[in-house]
Design a protein around this ligand. Structure first.
Ligand code: F6R
Length: 266
């Protein structure tokens, strides 16, 4: 794992967007795994502004609320259309989200896994982290081998996402269809972004704590190509920060990307 701490959330967002942009410029037919949430909004704005072509890119989103039609403004399908898909040259046929309106949710979950496999797997999976430690909507005690399935959301997550639903946690759907932790870990590369003080404790538990189903994000410790980009606030509870900074500054693989590291330090 590589932990890159940026002085500001703006720098962390810019670095994350540049890493995704670099992936699709290097591999124009990349298969991207995408996340939603407030943290990602600025990443998508930066990607749109970069002018990078998504014409050959295929995407799979992590999750979708159960029971919200794709055109509901709070559905993640609508979020993605608004923040990214309608603003790029991506082929809508190549964008995929779990079908939270399916009559048979278990079958929709299986179908989603099959579609990821048919696309050749995910090259780069973008991740946020929830206050419960979830990645996707893998709430605490999700199996670290879990596959796409529907999960009940914790009261903490419904409160975290209430702002999009008029501030009322009760209006946040109770369930979501989400890639599993096992599904996420099969991506060839992981890129997790977290910003803000509210994420500091859970970020430290995910990166430095024991691997535990109580914090789904701790499973990223099993992945051999995982980058974590943080702003200073989200990094503020880390014990090993000096060492992580040392690694990034002295790691030869960053040498061709010094311009990216400059973003991380300004
Ligand atoms: C949503 C998702 C979630 C969010 C997480 C952080 O697709 O995967 O895991 O990334 O809840 O959300 P924000 O950025 O709103 O704090």
């Amino acid at each position: 794992m590589e932990v890159v701490v940026c002085p500001s959330s703006e720098a962390a967002v810019t670095l994350t967007a540049r890493l995704v942009e670099a992936e699709i410029r290097a591999r124009p037919t990349a298969v991207l795994g995408l996340a939603t949430g407030r943290t990602m909004e600025d990443v998508y704005a930066a990607l749109v502004a970069s002018g990078a072509s998504f014409a050959g890119v295929t995407t799979f989103n992590l999750d979708e609320y159960v029971g919200l039609p794709p055109d509901d403004p709070n559905a993640y399908a609508a979020y993605m259309a608004h923040h990214l898909f309608a603003r790029t040259d991506i082929d809508p046929d190549n964008t995929h989200l779990p079908d939270g309106m399916a009559d048979d949710i278990a079958r929709a979950a299986e179908d989603y896994e099959a579609r990821i496999t048919a696309a050749g797997g995910i090259d780069l999976q973008l991740l946020g982290i929830g206050e419960t430690g979830h990645i996707g909507f893998n709430e605490p005690l999700s199996s670290l081998r879990s596959r796409t399935r529907d999960k009940i959301l914790t009261p903490t997550t419904r409160a975290q996402n209430a702002a999009m639903f008029g501030g009322d946690p009760e209006r946040v759907p109770a369930r979501a269809l989400t890639m599993g932790v096992g599904t996420i870990l099969e991506s060839r590369r992981l890129l997790l972004l977290a910003c803000g003080q509210a994420k500091a404790e859970v970020v430290a538990r995910a990166i430095e704590g024991p691997v535990t189903a109580a914090i789904s994000a701790s499973a990223i410790q099993f992945h051999n190509a995982c980058q974590v980009v943080l702003d200073a606030e989200a990094a503020s509870a880390l014990q090993g920060r000096d060492y992580y900074d040392f690694i990034v500054c002295n790691e030869p693989k960053w040498d061709p990307h010094r311009d990216l590291l400059e973003i991380a330090s300004t």
